[in-house]
Design a protein around this ligand. Structure first.
Ligand code: COI
Length: 356
């Protein structure tokens, strides 16, 4: 607390590594930009944030988060507008969500002047790392770690907040084939499904590995009580176009991440006059809609993937094929609309973009 943006100390790299980036082949999460931001929390207060060359951390093997997973993160993207100026998409929403995750995980709030001003300063310094080819951006990864050197189990008292950035291409290069999971569970009421806690992702590795071996790309998670109501797909929110309506699971039970892309999609669709229903949706309803020829489109949404079309949904021995993505009206319109706003090609009437 009490830290202002002018308090961010900055040490720049002597030699940029930007030459490592092949603009024609930008993948997701492989290369990290020149600088990172680090701020430490101790004795109930935040210290001065520092921007420094990207480097390895030195931590005691007894550090809390290694053992008990008291760790949360966010995902945000920066784009370049047609004049080459950086735009960061809805960082205030991620900031608020990070602090909701922090509360549930017994971690301190990250103040605006570290989270937001830190992103602004970091993107400014590494603006050359924002790629400009189609569907590329600079992925911004803020994260908060419990760093007490203590292996007793109790909420930590020392924390480290870090932001790294990475030039990123599309997360999925093709429509995803989905396995409807009714054995393993991602989230249940009272749990941490609504947070971006590291453990939500760690626990998904084994079930995801198993379905990949069976030839699927991602899991559609169902609820832990009935194994019928759908929640999220992989690391994304999920949408179904049924007839002329768009349906997505509601987030009232705290089992589903309040996606910033999810919220942007709902806003844009409603403004266009399309009915969006946020409600419980069961796999039986999806099967029935598919059988009746009413399941027109299905897609995941998230910061990393933006909009990820689903090619097929497999539930037990029922493989529900979706129509060819080229014919989809809703997802293809949304993808273009969102891209036009994020890349500053269209007026940002919602005030979603933060200029740097
Ligand atoms: C994001 O969309 O930012 C995510 O959190 C997905 C990430 C785990 C790759």
């Amino acid at each position: 607390m009490g830290v202002t943006s002018s308090d961010i100390s900055i040490t720049k790299v002597k030699n940029s590594r930007i030459g490592e980036v092949d603009p024609a082949n930008i993948q997701f999460g492989k290369i990290y930009s020149d600088h990172m931001l680090v701020a430490c929390y101790e004795n109930g207060a935040w210290g001065q944030p520092e921007i420094m060359p990207f480097k390895n951390l030195e931590l005691s093997p007894a550090t809390t988060f290694f053992h008990y997973g008291q760790a949360i993160f966010e995902g945000i993207k920066a784009y370049k507008d047609p004049h080459g100026n950086p735009l960061v998409f809805r960082p205030y929403d991620n900031w608020k969500r990070m602090n909701r995750s922090a509360e549930r995980m017994a971690m301190p709030d990250v103040p605006e002047n570290i989270f937001i001003d830190g992103i602004r300063a970091l993107v400014d310094i590494d603006r050359n790392w924002i790629p400009t080819s189609a569907e590329t951006s600079l992925y911004i990864r803020p994260f908060l770690l419990a760093v007490d050197e203590f292996i007793g189990v109790r909420p930590a008292e020392k924390f480290m907040f870090i932001i790294i950035t990475s030039p990123a291409g599309p997360y999925y290069s093709h429509p995803v084939s989905i396995y409807v999971q009714d054995k393993y569970v991602r989230a249940f009421p009272g749990g941490i499904g609504f947070t971006k806690a590291a453990g939500n992702y760690g626990m998904s590795m084994y079930p995801t590995m198993m379905i990949k071996k069976m030839g699927y790309d991602q899991i559609l998670w169902t609820d832990g009580l009935t194994h019928k109501n759908v929640q999220e797909i992989g690391t994304m929110n999920v949408f179904f176009v049924i007839g002329d309506k768009v349906v997505t699971p509601d987030i009232t039970e705290d089992t589903i991440l309040a996606g910033v892309t999810r919220d942007s999609i709902i806003t844009l669709l409603r403004e266009k006059g399309i009915t969006v229903e946020e409600r419980t949706i069961s796999i039986d309803e999806i099967e029935a809609a598919h059988k009746a020829g009413n399941l027109k489109e299905a897609f995941g949404s998230g910061t990393a993937a933006s909009i990820a079309p689903i090619s097929a949904l497999t539930y037990h021995d029922d493989k529900m094929m979706l129509p060819d993505v080229a014919s989809w009206e809703v997802a293809n319109w949304l993808k273009k609309e969102l891209a036009d706003i994020r890349y500053g090609r269209k007026e940002d009437v919602h005030g979603w973009n933060m200029a740097v």
